[in-house]
Design a protein around this ligand. Sequence first.
Ligand code: Y43
Ligand code: MG
Length: 435
Amino acid sequence: MRADNRGNKEIRNLNFQINYTPNPDGSVLVECGNTKIICTAMIEDKVPFFLKGSNSGWLSCEYSMLPSSTQSRKVRDISKGKIDGRSQEIQRLIGRSLRSCIDLKLLGEKTIWIDCDVISADGGTRTASINGAFVALKLAIEKSFAKKQIQKNPLISNVAAISVGIVKGEKLLDLDYLEDSKADVDLNVVMNSKKEIIEIQGTAEGNTFSRYELNELLDIAELGIEEILNNQEEIFRGDEVIILSTDNEHKVKEIKDILYSIPVEIISKKQAGLSSIQVEENLDTLEGNARLKALALKEKSKHSVIADDTGLFVEYLNGDPGVHSARYAGEHDDKKNRELLLENLKDTDNRRAYFKTILVYIDELNEEYIFEGICNGHISKVERGDKSFGYDCIFIPNRFEKTFGEMSSQEKNAISHRQKAVNKFKNFLQKKYKI
Ligand SMILES: O=c1nc[nH]c2c1ncn2[C@H]1C[C@H](O)[C@@H](COP(=O)(O)OP(=O)(O)OP(=O)(O)O)O1
Ligand SMILES: [Mg+2]
């Protein structure tokens, strides 16, 4: 078990406190568990000697640890009269990583200075520095751009980094100091937004590792990097955003398709960097469960949120599976759920059923609104059409011969329970944003 009850593929609590100090062009306190680093970016109107007259800019980084950042006091470099070898290696890594995401030609003859000062070290300081430094860099560039000091945005991509390792045979993401000190394999990975590799630093501290294990470690690292990239994006998002509280990609697509004309950015829970929030849907109404999902997200975000809870209510089964549609046959397994439902209806001709969706919207000021949509129909005898989404391939809406599974997304979106609820929500948004 990991110190903070974390799963092996989970990153620590990550937080970016932007504009942490007032003087730099960009500043952020990045916290990754107990690792805390102040990252700043300052833009200077000159370049190193080797770039004079080249019309190109430069980015340089310095990294340092405060004496009290470690458990036993770390002597300041200045008292030793020379820079620590480890710090030098790290600052070069940070510099290289950030230079990979910036077009230095577009910067003109300017130098961006990145400073990463570790105030508390609990493992992963080099990777957290890269994550924070990128945010500071972007803040500084946005500021200079707004002041017209930079004419074109030189940022090409985002950059994020994470550590992975093998500790006592287990592959772990985002190692803390204790884990790091016991690791047999220690790997730091830096990637851009396309998940292309910028740098890999891997060492067999205790045991050697195979090419196969390296690939596995990179897969785990990529998961962490994706979450960090999403967290970084969230910082720079405008205010008019709605977060969809769902892990179900079919729901995300249907809701986005219906709301496409609304000029508000709609992002999934995953895109908002909030995929770690998992809610137990244990209440006995759709409304109750939708509220639980919406509230859990709203607690973690300044944006408005919308949650969908949906159930299939079958007349012959007194409304079952209803609120329990997702886990009708036990764990959430769509195929088993459908098989059980068909089995329970095998002796009856009364196959009437309806889908009901409840949407709970919580706005920026924590006001709650509820929207409902119902679609009447019946359950088919056998599965027909696309089997990828819930009960779609066994539900035939009234006035149709086809199951939802046999319909195109446009056809389903013209009549479904979700469409009815989302349309009410759309009307509400049109009034809210006066469009
Ligand atoms: O349009 C639909 N067409 C067919 N089946 C559907 C539909 N909409 C929901 N369903 C199924 C999926 C799940 O078995 C249950 C709802 O469970 P429900 O908790 O709302 O959804 P979920 O767990 O998949 O996603 P999440 O809670 O992250 O929003 O009914
Ligand atoms: Mg659910």
